[in-house]
Write a new protein. Structure first.
Lengths: 635, 160
């Protein structure tokens, strides 16, 4: 320790992020490339990325924290935390599109390297490229070419992994060249095996049987790589072998300068190198390496060519991010319930399937039992490649019908469009859950988020650069509608454009339905948020009653009026004025039929455990709701 | 209202209990109230009140008196160590009689404002004065208010 005083000063990115109230506190459940379990709350997107890496879950987290606006400015940043779930279903590649490639290289993706998230990955070659030869230049994109990286060199690599995405492209020679490569490798196999044991004419002093290769013939990528690597190892061992008099001296001149092969391109490079050095070695008699030149086993097969790209070539592949299993989701909710963290919004940044829905319900119950009343924001899948909006619409509606997929604490977002990422500025074609979550966290709890009165949804657009609609629009210009029409049993949260010249392409949210059941009265997001807050406030106030003495008539099993009034007063004060802007009957203090009603009837069970109910009946949007709380007090 | 006249029985101080939060506090006496303070005016040449304002709402100070032992034993331990005057509490003043029924008033957002006492060498019971402020008085079990919360809504026909 220096023993000196100092005040370190650093520049923070953006404003200090301090939430105004617990209603704006969110936790994202999703995949990230780094970290595990529950994080601390991050005050900036940069801190979140540094700790949790990349992926759809991190993108969603940063969108919430950064509160970027469409004009590039930032609102007040809002801290949020993340629970990283493992990607039990690994990220995957869709169908690769090389229609815009005129070169000879065959492009594939590496199935063992799993993408971190949902991307439209593209590579664009900036000059004529020969794979394996320096000088090749390319740019990459993760949003379908709507934004490009700076130009980067390919070097001698035969693969390219887009940074921070784990999307890996593999460049292989053309099919005809692979056939030629098979022939070359198989001839090297024959010729080298024949050479190493050749003693005729004193080529070798003894046969080197240890370095005879025996494996499957080269016919596909796996066998090509295996055989050429085995040949490399055998040649490198043979050329320096002097034991037993194989060679008069070691051949230290004709070493193989190419490393082991890992794919077809590097197998081709290695095969060409082996052809070169083997042909030089087998005739090498200097320093008595060989007693006689071996002119029999010369490798003569023609050389295949490495793959090429031409200037302007583009290859594309869509990807999907890792998805959690039901066990992963269960574990996440249990961990959140057991943690000391408090929050009101849980954002599930993974595709909710019909089978996962019940696990959300279980998780919400676990949180409620721990005194954490939450609203869950979830997303449906987006259309697969080639699936049109109407087909997707029908599929989503069928997967989550009212009556079997009901939970009024869940908001299911079924909206896909271009979403501008807060950290990178890329325009991803994804579910807009990340931006919707950012809006929910921003908005006061009793507000219809991104309704025309609240304001347009930021950072999203339903059209591409040509003006064509690329997302799902519940408005009059949508290709198919009805997902927000609860009369059809559809209770999904979507977006729409209005029939208004002044806001032609402005995107608003439809009514944010909850996934309510037929008998649920909490049917939209603000009602759910306010009711959760009321439950928490009433519970906190009512908890102060626990352990206190309550007077009740042992004959009638009813609380005395004084006890009823005492409980009523405490709970009423907690839920009246604090909710003045949220509910219509905030000032209704009537003891028997007002906002707070105490049931005087007491249930007494063994050990003098008193149980009675308190009902909070807020009126919102004209509907009177009923929030029951049960107090059990040991006397 | 759940108080009914029965056989010429009246209420007295033995029927009163005061609860702060969930604790019944044995006050010797309490007083509280509220009012609408209006302003009236007359035009020149008029001997009448020509107009009166709707008025503003104020509450009278809650003024209670508690015996010293009760204060030390019951009330003082419940006060927060630091800043009990900043705590918001509800007060319910209940009137309960086995024949007459029950009713209560609610004083919302009560805050302790002043606790004082006077010592002197006499035989009087030692008492402590407890005063405070509150934001809203609700009368009766129906919790009626002298002031109107939503001034855009008409009052409707009178009940008198």
């Amino acid at each position: 320790m220096a023993g000196t005083y100092s005040v370190p000063v650093s520049e923070a990115r953006g404003a200090v992020a301090i939430p105004s109230d617990i209603d704006a506190t969110a936790v994202v459940i999703g995949y990230s490339s780094a970290g595990s379990g529950l994080s601390t709350s991050f005050g900036s997107g940069a801190a979140a990325v540094a700790a949790r890496g990349y992926g759809d879950g991190v993108d969603c987290l940063c969108q919430i924290i950064e509160q970027k606006r469409s004009d590039g400015s930032s609102g007040n940043m809002i801290p949020a935390a993340m629970y990283t779930v493992p990607g039990s279903t690994a990220g995957a590649y869709g169908t690769l599109d090389d229609d815009a490639e005129l070169g000879t290289a065959v492009v594939t993706t590496d199935a063992t390297v799993h993408p971190y998230g949902t991307y439209e990955a593209q590579l664009k070659f900036m000059n004529n490229v020969v794979v394996g030869t320096t000088g090749g230049l390319l740019q990459w994109s993760l949003d379908g070419g709507r934004s490009w990286s700076t130009t980067t060199g390919l070097g001698t690599a035969s693969t390219f992994t887009i940074p921070n995405s784990n999307v890996k492209f593999v460049f292989s020679p053309a099919s005809a060249d692979l056939t030629t490569l098979n022939t070359l490798i198989n001839e090297i196999y024959t010729d080298l095996n024949a050479h190493v044991i050749l003693t005729t004419g004193s080529v070798h002093g003894a046969a080197d049987t240890a370095d005879v290769v025996s494996d499957a013939e080269a016919s596909d990528t796996a066998t090509r790589i295996a055989r050429v690597n085995a040949l490399r190892a055998a040649y490198e061992a043979h050329r320096v072998k002097t034991s037993g008099g194989v060679h008069g001296s070691a051949d230290n001149v004709h070493a193989c300068t190419v490393g082991i092969a890992v794919d077809d391109s590097t197998a081709l490079q290695l095969a060409l190198e082996l052809k070169r050095v083997i042909n030089l070695h087998i005739v090498y008699t200097t320093s008595a390496v060989h007693g006689l030149a071996d002119s029999t086993n010369t490798v003569t097969s023609s050389a295949p060519s490495m793959g090429t790209f031409l200037t302007g070539d583009i290859v594309s592949v869509p990807t999907t991010g890792p998805q959690p299993s039901s066990a992963d989701v269960d574990a996440a909710f249990v961990a959140l319930a057991n943690s000391t963290a408090d929050f009101r919004i849980v954002v599930c940044a993974f595709d909710l399937t019909a089978s996962l829905f019940s696990h959300l319900s279980t998780g919400i119950s676990a949180l409620s039992n721990a005194g954490k009343e939450v609203t869950v924001l979830a997303q449906s899948r987006i259309p697969t490649t080639g699936e049109d909006d109407a087909t997707w619409n029908a599929s989503i509606a069928a997967a989550f019908p009212i009556g079997s997929k009901d939970n009024s604490a869940v908001i299911l977002r079924t909206a896909y469009e271009f979403v501008t990422d807060a950290m990178t500025g890329r325009q991803y074609l994804r579910s807009d859950l990340a931006q919707f979550a950012a809006e929910v966290v921003r908005a006061p709890r009793s507000v219809m988020v991104c309704s025309p009165s609240d304001g347009a949804m930021q950072n999203v657009t339903l059209i591409d650069s040509t003006g064509a609609t690329i997302g799902h629009d519940e408005g009059p210009r949508g290709a198919s509608t009805g997902l927000s029409n609860d009369t059809l049993g559809n209770r999904f949260s979507c977006v729409e454009r209005l029939a208004s010249p002044a806001r032609r392409e402005t995107v608003y949210c439809t009514v944010p339905w909850t996934m309510y059941g037929a008998n649920d009265r909490i049917r939209n997001l603000p009602t759910r948020r306010v009711c959760n807050a009321i439950k928490m406030a009433a519970r906190e106030a009512a908890i102060s009653q626990l352990g206190g003495k309550l007077a009740y008539n042992k004959t009638t099993r009813q609380l005395t009026r004084a006890s009823v009034n005492a409980v009523h007063a405490v709970v009423f004060q907690a839920v009246s004025t604090p909710f003045k802007n949220d509910i219509e009957n905030w000032a209704d203090a009537a003891v028997d039929n007002g906002l707070v009603q105490v049931d005087p009837n007491v249930t007494v069970s063994g050990g003098n455990l008193l149980t009675f109910g308190v009902t909070v009946s807020p009126s919102m949007f004209g509907y009177t709701l009923s929030i029951p709380i049960t107090l059990s007090i040991q006397q | 209202m759940t108080i009914r006249r029965v056989e010429r029985i009246g209420l007295d101080g033995t029927c009163i209990s005061v609860t702060i939060g969930r604790t019944t506090i044995p006050f010797r006496k309490t007083s509280y109230g509220d009012k609408l303070e209006t302003d009236a005016g007359s035009d020149m040449g008029s001997q009448q009140i020509d107009y009166r304002t709707r008025g503003t709402y104020t509450t009278d100070e809650f003024d209670g008196e508690i015996e010293e032992v009760n204060f030390r034993e019951i009330l003082q331990p419940l006060l927060k160590t630091d800043g009990f005057g900043n705590e918001h509490l509800p007060i319910v003043v209940s009137e309960t009689h086995p024949q007459l029924g029950y009713d209560s008033d609610l004083l919302e957002n009560f805050r302790f404002g002043a606790i004082s006492n006077t010592y002197q060498n006499d035989n009087k019971v030692l008492v402590r004065s407890v005063k405070g402020t509150f934001d809203q008085l609700y009368l009766g079990e129906d919790r009626k208010t002298i002031n109107q919360f939503d001034l855009t809504v008409p009052l409707g026909a009178p009940n008198f």
